[in-house]
Write a protein that binds this ligand. Structure first.
Ligand code: NAD
Length: 435
């Protein structure tokens, strides 16, 4: 199959590289000339484990190419995937579809024969219908069809998720288009028997939002249970374990923490609420989730202040982990931003260390001293705060840390340190949901 991937970000680049690894011919297109230039030099514009090797081997095999020229990239393609961003629209929280529609117009104008346009970006219900209208307006006779194929990969484990997904969802109203999609995903279903679920296009679009909203609800639920644990003297990790062993509930997404962030959950829950409003079917559980999560991030900053005795003016806080989760450089809507802002608003001085996120963090955080190691962050600080659970924070030399800190206070917003270990090293430990 010949595939064009429009948008070479976290989703487009990983999807394009994995499709080429399956044996398809893939051209990745991006209008950001810097990204394409870097990719030509085999430098990854984003951090994702294993991606550089995957890209290099498929470029070498002649199956993967990069260009800024969309018209050239889509020529002769069986399928053109749209994987551009769909951020929140400024002001109202609706998904901003301007990038999707602009890409669709360019694709339709450039295609020289029948092809399937596949929306991989997360888009509200009805977006496929709108793309179909673009086709009808610009090129009704080229044999172009439109399907939805939302992406479920997680940053930090994106290649594994793409190659061994729990499921692939395809929303299609056209048998010929479904056949092309079957061909594209055949290598995956052959090897790993990942179920490819075919459904209606509007249903596929909604599945993506419903999935993200459900996961956001699950995280927020356990976060509120964590607060209750603190109030009544229970341990949220044990509660999670106790409920997660029930298969109807499941163990995943039950780690209490500083609130969800990232490039998907915050914007997708908001966009789903807008869709629900427009359809006059309010989703009250999702509304509550959004509100609870929003206030939680600053509450985590206040939790640190409380642990430090209620007054942090002029005191130094060392933050470990800035990205919204480990193994990515993505800082979009990371909880660390609100935590740091709250500390700075209260007059604290912030030093921070992150293994991959500093380049992006510099653009979003003011007056933060970024350090080259966790120990440099701790040097002279009055508290050590773990915000993102990077592996390298799991086995810190606590004795060395204690020697560097003014006060051996560890606020562990991810519960990665067992109380015994921290206490033995002479630390005061404040975790999440540890009553
Ligand atoms: P991103 O911002 O990392 O990448 C989008 C890319 O599209 C950018 O490089 C941009 O330059 C390019 N672009 C925009 N308009 C273009 C055009 N007309 N032609 C060519 N290139 C264009 O975004 P992302 O994180 O990869 O997300 C893409 C979509 O996938 C979003 O809808 C997102 O919600 C969804 N999604 C993301 C994830 C994730 O973990 N990041 C997971 C599942 C779904």
């Amino acid at each position: 199959m010949r595939i064009a991937m429009i948008g070479t970000g976290y989703v487009g680049l990983v999807s394009g590289a994995c499709f080429s690894d399956f044996g398809h011919d893939v051209v990745c297109v991006d209008k950001d000339a810097r990204k394409i230039e870097l990719l030509h030099q085999n430098v990854m514009p984003i951090y994702e484990p294993g991606l550089a090797e995957l890209v290099a081997s498929n470029v070498k095999a002649g199956r993967l190419a990069f260009t800024t020229d969309l018209a050239a990239g889509v020529k002769g393609a069986d399928a053109v995937f749209i994987a551009v961003g769909t951020p929140s629209r400024r002001g109202d929280g609706h998904a901003d579809l301007s990038y999707v529609f602009a890409a669709a117009e360019e694709i339709v104008a450039a295609l020289d024969g029948p092809a399937v346009i596949v929306t991989k970006s997360t888009v509200p219900v009805g977006t496929g219908d709108e793309v179909e209208r673009i086709v009808a307006r610009i090129a009704p006779d080229k044999g172009i069809t439109v399907v939805s194929n939302p992406e479920f990969l997680r940053e930090g484990a994106a290649i594994e998720d793409f190659k061994r997904p729990d499921r692939v969802v395809v929303g299609s109203e056209d048998e010929g288009a479904s056949e092309v999609m079957r061909g594209i995903y055949r290598p995956l279903s052959l090897n790993q028997s990942a179920p490819v679920m075919f459904t209606g296009r509007r249903t596929a679009e909604l599945i993506k939002y419903a999935a993200n909203a459900f996961l956001a609800v699950k995280i927020t639920f356990i976060n509120e249970i964590a607060d209750l644990c603190e109030a009544v003297g229970a341990d949220v990790q044990e509660v999670s374990r106790g409920i997660g062993m029930d298969n109807r509930i499941g163990r995943k997404f039950l780690n209490a923490g500083p609130g969800y962030g990232g490039s998907c959950f915050p914007k997708d829950t908001l966009a789903l609420l807008k869709t629900a409003d427009d359809a006059e079917t309010p989703l009250r559980i999702v509304e509550a989730t959004v509100q609870v999560n929003d206030s939680r991030k600053r509450a985590m900053g206040r939790k640190v202040i409380k642990a430090m005795g209620g007054e942090v003016r002029g005191k130094t806080v060392a933050i470990l982990g800035l990205t919204f989760k480990p193994n990515t450089d993505d800082m979009r809507d990371a909880p660390s931003i609100a935590v740091i802002q709250t500390l700075q608003d209260a007059g604290a001085i912030v030093k921070a260390y992150d293994p991959e996120g500093v380049e992006q963090a510099r653009k979003m955080l003011k007056d933060v001293e970024f350090t080259a190691s966790p120990y440099a962050a701790a040097d002279g600080a009055d508290a050590l705060v773990i915000v993102t659970e990077w592996d390298e924070f799991r086995a810190l030399d606590l004795t060395r840390m204690k020697g560097l800190l003014n006060r051996p206070l560890l606020v562990d917003l991810r519960n990665i340190y067992p109380a015994g270990e921290a206490l033995r090293a002479g630390f005061e430990l404040v975790g999440i949901g540890k009553g």
